[in-house]
Design a protein around this ligand. Structure first.
Ligand SMILES: *Cc1c(COP(=O)(O)O)cnc(C)c1O
Length: 418
């Protein structure tokens, strides 16, 4: 199923030669495989087929319109965390009745727009937000369907920066704070509580925390129904991990089986919000070696991609496997290398302490696992235009996002330049 493969001595994405692609489109560039994307969506839907489930893609993982369009065409909805993502989702054809709006800081203009678009529901993360949504719904004569994001205080056993289900994080509401919220909901006829949810973390490699969370949530749903709320959905968020190096993530079918087993007794429909597991491995970042320099300690392979194109190593100390796509693969002497970008930060690296055949200037490298949280987290730091996103299908590809021009970096500054 991996569509990034070596045939003969050449690297391909599906049937597109990556060396040729890099020559035509330049580097750095993100390359995505459409057939992998489709296969991931179809596998996911198949795994949950036996139970009423709505999968809502976490748009923040990969927000490119062409990619989103494929995902929505497969029948998925969208999980959003901003008004910008709402506009993207709508533009890419997400049906509004499959859109859930999460996030700890929804703003007035975002809520208004989501009400106007008649989204499926808001995932409530604070009492203040509950009031805001109630008021805005009232003044526009609408009813807002809501779900409460619960913080189950469960450790997802993942990187601290992507764990989201502990009381020490800003997300969701503790069970003990719910009774007050229920009172507020009863007082507000413009609100309709239709679900509960949680999202305890990302890149989870163990199903047990998720199982515990689902069990706890199912129990909670039971008591909330006894209070008279007509719940319809239980939202278990996203978070399924993928292989970046040698991880052994649960299969999609084990993941589905674990969730369904816990949720089934409630009879509620299941909502899931997958991000990384759908798109993480459908993409690579192509980058070219600018130069190689030796220090007393090691070699530094300086490439034309940097932390502004892929911030995960810097931000989470994440590992991304890096392969040399050049045809002289075997000629380099195995050496201890850091693969670094040109940005003026010591934290600017794509790979650290790699024992690899020493690349030469001009070599093309492929950084794997760059479908999720790569392009969507890119910045223009050091006035570097953002790289293009290329969506490959068979022997063809489409430029799903053009490389940014230098002019676009300062276009919004020119108007007020004295
Ligand atoms: C980020 C996020 C997700 C997706 O997480 P993945 O680990 O990419 O699957 C799902 N739900 C919410 C609320 C999120 O913030």
């Amino acid at each position: 199923m991996d569509q990034f493969k070596v045939t003969g001595d050449r690297y391909f994405c599906e049937n597109v030669d990556l060396t040729k692609l890099a020559k035509i489109e330049g580097t750095p560039a993100y390359v995505y495989s459409k057939s992998m994307l489709r296969a991931h969506c179809e596998n996911l839907l198949a795994a949950f087929k036996s139970y009423p489930t709505q999968a809502c893609f976490a748009v923040k993982a990969l927000s490119n319109l062409s990619v989103l369009r494929e995902i929505f065409a497969c029948g998925l909805g969208a999980d959003l965390v901003s008004g910008g993502e709402l506009e993207r989702a709508l533009m890419a054809g997400a049906p509004s009745d499959k859109i859930v709006f999460s996030g700890v800081g929804k703003q007035v203009h975002e809520i208004k727009r989501a009400l106007e678009a008649n989204i499926m529901m808001f995932n409530i993360e604070s009492p203040y937000e509950l009031d805001m949504i109630a008021q805005l719904a009232e003044s526009s004569g609408k009813t807002a369907a809501i779900s409460i994001r619960v913080n189950p205080n469960i450790d997802a056993q993942t990187n601290a920066k992507i764990t989201t289900g502990l009381y020490s994080t800003k997300f969701g509401l503790a069970e003990g704070d719910l009774p007050e919220l229920f009172e507020a909901i009863r007082r507000r006829p413009s609100l309709k509580l239709i679900g509960l949810g949680c999202h305890i973390g990302s890149q989870m490699l163990d199903l047990n925390p998720l199982r515990d969370a689902a069990r706890q949530m199912a129990k909670l749903c039971h008591s909330v129904r006894q209070l008279g709320f007509d719940l319809k959905h239980l939202n278990m968020g996203g978070g399924l991990g993928i292989r970046y190096r040698n991880e052994d993530p649960p299969s999609v079918s084990d993941y589905a089986a674990a969730l369904i087993k816990e949720v089934k007794p409630t009879g509620l429909s299941l909502i899931i919000e997958p991000g990384r597991s759908l798109v993480g491995n459908i993409g690579v970042l192509l980058t070219r070696v600018i130069n190689v320099k030796k220090t007393p300690d090691r070699h530094f392979v300086v490439v034309d991609a940097a932390m502004n194109d892929l911030v995960r190593p810097t931000l989470y100390e994440s590992y991304h496997s890096i392969e040399n796509v050049a045809d002289n693969l075997t000629t380099g002497v195995p050496s201890l290398c850091d693969i670094v970008g040109p940005i003026c930060e010591s934290g600017d690296y794509l790979g650290k302490d790699r024992m690899i055949p020493l690349p030469s200037p001009g070599d093309l490298l492929m950084v794997r696992g760059c479908g999720a949280y790569a392009a969507s987290m890119a910045s223009q730091y050091n006035s570097r235009p953002r790289a293009p996103e290329l969506l490959v299908s068979g022997t063809n590809y489409q430029v799903a996002r053009k490389r940014e021009s230098l002019q676009s970096l300062w276009a919004e500054e020119l108007a007020n330049l004295d």
